[in-house]
Design a protein around this ligand. Structure first.
Ligand code: BGC
Length: 773
């Protein structure tokens, strides 16, 4: 308690003096403890991480081992008071949800100095898309198609979070989702395994850096393993049924990419996968993760998900749940007490093999050694850059700029020209909503740092343009339309209207799924009222998911889809609206015309009766005289057709990009060879801009059916007006591999189509053949 007060009272100046001392004490602890202990020899001789892990493990009691496997919530009051004893007794391996550096240091001090073995703590927190400085929500970051920007965002987040002593984030969330109803699609990297894999690796690199033990790097956690994004009807936590072939080809690749990028931890999903909840799923955690991928970090459960095995109906009680989860390979239990209450007994009774426990504990200790926690368990914020520094704000702005997708721009309505525009009306509930623009999962995000579109537009063009603002709706869900008259009035008096529509942050995220994904409240009515003024209407939509925009898409001239763009969303949107920058985001998920089309995604299978424009007869066109004959007998909806409103990869620019002359380096290649596919990309417009060129392939025949298109490469390229560049993609035949009928990865010889273009709908096609045995 004395030390507690000590740490609490003398804030940063004392830290400067005390921390070096504490560090020395801690290093001393690791070095000196063995001398005074009966098990001195193993630690003293241990030099490699693996030797240190084994040496420490050999000294641990069963209770201490189970302690390492137990994580406790530290968010209620002053945690050293209620976790202190557990820490001293070695019954806690990790805490989560504490972000006061003094409290974290005190928890570490108790663990390191007052427990028998002095093992430091993993300190976890959901740092999902920024810490105080907030980046766009992950699906927005995915819309940048820019691994460097995503990596920089994670880096900035790690540096800020590390100032509090947090050394582990529960990110990246890399669940593939084809269902915009699911609230957590906001947290995801979209629908495509290739894009999500590239960006997952970038996030892992951003959080973990090159050297995990360096100051300011934190452990990442790839979650939720696996299949969570396929929750039935997009209802969060609902059952998933994913055939193994689809699991391997679609849902698992981002996790494999994260493992290959060195991610230290994975989180088991809440969801039920084919009858066995992920938290008890041996196939996932033993066979795939350990045996096939050789993962040597650790797996944490989701919040109390071990206990929930009984709620799922897989086990009868916590004891059985602890048995199932530990046996399946969950190394650490988050926020529950099934492990701490039952594992010791299960081992003593011979139900759980001690090897299971030793392996789990070794996995956890290995992570702690890699993080350098034994050398440096304490945090001095002064060792780290200040919060919300210029670099972090720039990372947030760049990410926001590149995340915005221009869905339509009739008659070049955008960009607005500040020189010729006399006045502009800003209307809507999200024009000046500092908190809402941050989006879901911003435990620590600081709305005071937010620059809103309204403020940013004022500072960008306020001197030249008369900027008027009417909120018109209290929030995005409002059904009160009293303020619409005032909105109509300012729109009528202005040269253009910009509507800030969408969803407040509460409408997406965990446990915030929607069955109707239209603009909520009376927004569509507001759009119609403003449209009736006859003024140019631009919609800027801030939302946590793809929305069905069918009922407003023809009522506006241009749409910028900005997701929840984070702290610097305002300046990014202002720059895009007024042409300081050109939009360059591309959709990472398909936008349906109507909710009933879900799941709708670009990399679908062909079916035996694929639809085409000439087979589609929509409901209003059915010939009353011969109804059966008039419809095309193919795979489409009578009332929605088969195409989305906006396709995966779509996104417009102020430049005019044209693709031409696609070619392959060889019409025929052998297994193990590389083929180069290239095309010319011309900017026929008048401004320089960045374009994301995309490569898709189709494997025409496979031992399991293959998608009609699969993304296999993308590049962000700046092209000057009038310039033509060659975009070139190299494909190794390994890049064409897929899991076949026997669930093995294989590249089959055969014919392939390849497309290059600015969206998944590109028609610029070539072909090549792979020959082999
Ligand atoms: C979520 C996880 C999160 C955890 C800790 C759970 O409800 O599913 O993604 O990391 O809580 O906050």
């Amino acid at each position: 308690m004395i030390t507690t007060k000590f740490f609490m009272t003398f804030r940063s100046s004392a830290r400067r003096i005390l921390l070096p001392l504490a560090r020395t004490a801690c290093i001393g602890l690791v070095l000196i403890l063995p001398m005074t202990s009966s098990i001195a020899a193993p630690l003293k001789e241990a030099t490699t991480t693996e030797q240190r892990v084994q040496a420490l493990l050999s000294r641990m009691t069963l209770a201490e081992k189970v302690g390492q496997m137990s994580q406790r919530n530290a968010s209620d009051g002053y945690a050293p008071d209620y976790l202190g004893d557990g820490l001293r007794e070695g019954r806690i391996g990790s805490v989560l949800n504490v972000v006061d550096v003094d409290v974290v240091n005190e928890l570490q001090r108790i663990a390191v100095e007052e427990s028998r073995l002095g093992i430091p703590l993993m300190v976890g927190r959901d740092v999902i898309h920024g810490f105080k400085t907030v980046m766009p929500i992950p699906i927005g970051q995915a819309a940048t198609w820019n691994p460097a920007v995503v990596e920089a965002g994670a880096r900035a987040a790690a540096l800020e979070a590390a100032t509090t002593g947090v050394n582990w984030t529960f990110a990246p969330m890399i669940d593939i989702s084809r269902d915009a109803r699911w609230g957590r699609i906001a947290e995801s990297l979209g629908e495509d395994p290739f894009l999500a894999s590239e960006l997952a690796a970038a996030m892992v690199r951003g959080f973990q850096g090159d050297d995990l033990s360096a100051t300011g790097t934190i452990a990442a956690c790839a979650k939720h393993f696996a299949g969570y994004g396929a929750a039935e009807s997009g209802r969060d936590y609902a059952t998933t049924n994913i055939p193994e072939n689809e699991l391997r080809n679609i849902y698992l690749p981002p996790f494999k990419a994260a493992v290959d990028a060195g991610v230290v931890t994975l989180m088991a999903s809440f969801s039920d996968l084919d009858g066995v909840p992920a938290t008890a799923n041996q196939f996932l955690m033993r066979q795939v993760l350990r045996d096939e991928w050789q993962f040597d970090g650790f797996v944490v459960s989701d919040w109390n998900s071990v206990h929930q095995l009984s709620i799922h109906g897989l086990t009868a009680n916590d004891r059985d749940a602890a048995f199932e989860a530990a046996t399946a390979g969950v190394d650490m239990e988050m926020a529950g007490d099934a492990y701490s209450s039952h594992l010791e007994e299960l081992v003593s009774e011979g139900k759980v093999d001690i090897d299971v426990i030793d392996t789990a504990v070794a996995n956890i200790l290995r992570a702690k050694f890699r993080l350098g926690l034994f050398e440096q368990p304490y945090t001095d914020p002064d060792d780290l850059p200040p919060i919300a520094n210029e670099e972090a704000m720039q990372a947030a702005k760049q990410a926001a700029l590149q995340s915005v997708v221009m869905l339509k721009n009739d008659n070049d309505t955008l960009p607005l020209n500040a020189d010729s525009l006399g006045s502009v009306a800003l209307i809507g509930p999200l024009a000046d909503a500092p908190y809402e623009q941050l989006g879901t999962w911003i435990f620590d995000g600081d709305p005071e740092l937010s620059i809103t579109p309204m403020h940013a537009i004022h500072s960008l063009v306020g001197r030249d343009v008369d900027v008027r603002y009417v909120r018109a709706m209290q929030n995005s869900r409002s059904r009160a339309s009293e303020a619409f008259d005032e909105a109509v009035e300012i729109a009528s008096d202005s040269d253009a209207a910009v509507l800030f529509l969408g969803e407040e942050s509460i409408l997406s995220g965990e446990a915030h799924s929607r069955a109707d994904i239209n603009l909520p409240g009376d927004q569509a009515e507001l759009v119609r009222r403003i449209r009736a003024t006859g003024k140019p209407v631009v919609a800027v939509i801030l939302a946590g998911r793809p929305l069905t925009l069918t009922n407003i898409v023809d009522e506006v001239d241009a749409i910028l889809f900005a997701w929840h763009p984070g702290t610097m969303g305002g300046p990014a949107i202002a720059d895009l609206l007024f042409g300081v920058e050109s939009p360059s985001g591309k959709l990472p998920a398909t936008f349906p015309r109507m909710v009933g089309q879900i799941p709708i995604y670009y990399n679908q299978k062909n079916t035996g009766k694929p639809p085409s424009p000439d087979t589609v007869v929509l409901i209003d066109d059915i010939d009353a005289r011969a109804p059966q004959l008039s419809t095309g007998m193919t795979a489409y909806h009578l009332d929605a057709g088969y195409t989305p409103l906006f396709a995966f990869g779509h996104g417009l620019s102020y430049a005019k990009f044209e693709y031409d002359d696609i070619r392959v380096s060889a019409g025929e290649i052998g297994l193990g060879d590389v083929v180069t596919i290239s095309a010319d990309l011309t900017n026929a417009g008048e401004v320089a801009a960045e374009e994301v060129a995309q490569l898709y392939i189709r494997d025409l025949v496979g031992n399991v059916t293959r998608p009609v298109r699969e993304l296999k490469g993308f590049q962000r390229i700046e092209v000057q007006p009038g310039e033509t560049v060659t975009v070139e993609f190299e494909l190794h035949t390994d890049d064409l591999a897929f899991y076949g009928r026997d669930m093995r990865l294989v590249t089959e010889a055969g014919d392939f189509h390849a497309w290059i273009g600015g969206s998944s709908e590109t028609g610029l096609r070539t072909e090549f053949r792979v020959v082999g045995n």
